[in-house]
Unconditional design. Sequence first.
Lengths: 364, 703
Amino acid sequence: MSSEAVDYDAQVAAVREAFEREFERFARFQGGAGTEGLSLGEAETLLRELGELRTRHTAKKSALAQLMKLIGRVPAEERAAFGQRVQALNNEVATKLDEAQAALDNRIGQLKVERERVDVTLPGRRPRRGHLHPITLLRQRIEDIFVSMGYAVEDGPEVETDFYNFTALNIPELHPARSPQDTFYTTDGLSLRSQTSTVQIHAMQKRRPPLRVVAPGRVFRRDTPDATHNPMFFQVEGLLVDRGINMGHLKGTLSEFVRRLFGPDTRTRFRPSYFPFTEPSMEADYSCFKCGGAGCRLCKGSGWIELGGSGMVHPNVLKAVNIDPEEFSGFAFGLGIDRMCGLMYELDDIRLLFENDLRFLEQF
Amino acid sequence: MDISYNWLRDLTGVSVEPRPLAERLTMAGLAVDAVHEKGDDHVLEFDLTSNRPDCLSHLGIAREAAALTGAQVKLPDLTAKNVEGRAEQFTAVEIEDPNLCPRYAARVVRGVKIQPSPEWLVRRLQAIGQRPINNVADVTNFVMHELGQPLHAFDLAKLSEFRIVVRRARAGEKIRTLDGVERELDEQMLVIADAARAVAVAGVMGGEETEISDATADVLIESAYFDPQSVRRTSKLLGLQTEASYRFERGVDYEGVRRAQDRCVALICELAGGTATEDAIDVYPKRITPPTVRLRPRRVEELTGLKVSAEESRRILDSLGFEPAAGEVEDGELTFGVPTWRTDVRIEEDLVEEVARVYGYDKIGEALPPSPVTGEYLVGDRRRRAARQVLTAAGSNEAVSISFIEESSGVDETGASRFELLPGLQQVEGEGAWVALSNPIIEGARLMRPSLLPGLLEATRHNFNHGTRDVRLFETGRVFAASAGSDGGGESRPVEVESFALLVTGEALEDGKAAGRPSDFFDLKGALEAAADAMRVGALEFETASVRHLREGQAARVRVGGREVGNAGRLSEELAARYKFRQPVYVAEVSLSELLAVGERPARYTPLPRYPGVSRDVSLVADRRVAFGEMRRTILSLGIEECRGVALVDVYEGANMPEGKRSLTLRVEYRADDRTLRDEEVDAMHARVVAALEGEFGAQLRG
């Protein structure tokens, strides 16, 4: 063999061998396996070393690059075979490097995700919020419902004259409700309104029929405070006066109201009752929102909860504000906001409502 | 009130079972709270409305049950077995005051034997929770529960001159009632007397001296109708409520007086032996005529929506004892005589209710009223809600306090207000300035609150006592003071102002997070400003002031557009000591009425700046009393058009600062609308600002 005789195969084999020798420690990462157990640091080091290895073996001055350049200089008859072999080696090297790199990249990605994983059940970083009083919450809901049904929200004084608190409401001179046993009086002989019905009178003096008003507000009765009583509580009064109004409209209105407040399946029941300022009068009950009417502790087993008193506005009340009861009729109702609040939140002591204990207020 | 089902059945023959019957009665307006089984009987527990005294007996409920079920009421036997002699042979009755006693009947039974009642009677009484005593006493009690008429039995032998005088008590007259208590009467009270003394408090309770005893042989049975208001007054003044007074004060059936007496006498003859007089002395000087009420049948549908025929209405009313009066039918109009026991039926609407409740409220169809009007909220309510929302979002909780406060928490020993009242409330001192209750129910809580602050301070004390030291509360509500024009008496109402109050104490919050420092004046101010901003009232102006309940030097009066609306600051030492607060408490109170009266500041668009602005900081050492607000105003009033705003960067008043001085760092922003400002321009403007501050406030530029 002459000295010109070059063994091309040997050259390719030498380059391959050199690569294989160095690549051996990365060989286990081929096919995406073998990276388990690597720490993030180890994987990153390996990746860097793999990069260096790639540079050494594939950069312009690498042995492999030299072989590529050699292809053109190989005698024509051997060129094709040599070229193919070099190309194959080139591909093989690239694939191996890529696969190992992909495996390491993948591992690093996983470890980074792992490292930045959060416990989504840890408490959120939310601003400390205050809370509206439960009576305000309920009162606003009630106002919203009635406003959407065409009612105007009205208000009246809390310290009242005899006329508005009693006389105009058809409560006779010697009625027990007027006694200082039941009603608060000021030293000037005025009374604290004992029901929001006083606003009926103010509203009818201010607006003429047809009218619809609701009046939420504080009322006062001389009850000794205990778990179920406060000498002050909140009511909402409703009043509608128009031509041709009858009890069917009252029933429809209260039924619609409880459905909007407690849900569309809520049922109502109406019983005859007595109030001086309505005739005929009725008491409305609604199906218990807790048991759905089956009977539970909340509704004392009856399945019904009292909503409040209502009825057709008494002709004497209409006459007191110069509305002709032959021309106009109307209905009125009074609902207890505190009582509803007590039931909805199952308060065991209604006095909590006015103690303003933050541990209580922050629950709403 | 307890009603025995068996007893009811005896009076009506009604066959409906106890529970369904209770349901029917409830739905007709006679609410049965519970049905209990008791031996072979059932007891129906009624919670009656005050307008139905006629139902305070088995007969009353029986009438209703009969009307609802189509049964007939069967009155018991009223004939006495042994009858002899006329009542006037044995007694006499005189009514001195027929207004208080329109009717009094007395009948005598001689030769009775007092002994325990028979088994059937004991069972009946026990079923409804009554304690048996002896046959005569039990019979009076039994008949009251059966027919609703309270009765009383006197030992005839013990009545002086054996006669009855119904008169008013004499001044200072005393009587020992059956419960063994000696009671002093007044001249308005009606008594039953004999020739010598009062022997019973009319309609309330009998006297001990003429009580039935084992030795009693002759009894006088009283059955009467007393004026309801008179009985109510006497019962209330004596603090003595009895089964009798309960019925009399609501009104008994004045035409049932004799029937009950006859029933009682017949039963006494049967159970205690004895001979009854053949008649009674019945003093009834002015016969009470029951009213008649008309009914236009169309009114039933007009008021209830129920289509009930005239015939059906008439049938229902008839079943309840309403008698069609003669000479009816004009335009189909009906007229009814009201039963003597129905004190509650006086007008047409009452009859409509009678028809509707028997026909059934459940048959009334539901409809929503046609809507000719639109809904609206209270004036300013959107703004109120916005303020509440902002405050809660910033960490405050909403309080609701009772409207009355202890006098001592609002007023000091000299009668002066402890709190400076809101504008709009009269600033007068002394008793007449306040709205006070004449009959408080909570010990000491006599004053209608003139300020919301006592309530918030009380709430704060409560929270401190329960270990909560960081308290941020706000409240809205009415406050009260006498009106200026109330001297003339009459019906002038006090002034009611809607107030808004805020309290801050404990650790501060910044952006919703614990700030790691105690709250101070500026936390309070910031919250108030945020609320005012949410209400769109325009900027609040704070001005140093002396405010009665606030600590000097940390007190401000608050204005909007020059109009005073309230105050804000740190609670005074004196008040803090009163409440035993050991940490600073900051309070503000403003008139919501005034704030809402200020027009809503409209949102107005100004074009976004097209050229960049330049900020320059200036640090100055000045007297501590020189207010930032004044410096700011001075700068803005220099008339430099390009000066767009003055902000505070820092306040330093620590070490290295001469006594009484502090350092303020202000940031002034300069910007022109038509060009980018050159440095030299800004320098010139800023120099004017600094010079003004130095000149006006003696401030020194800090290196």
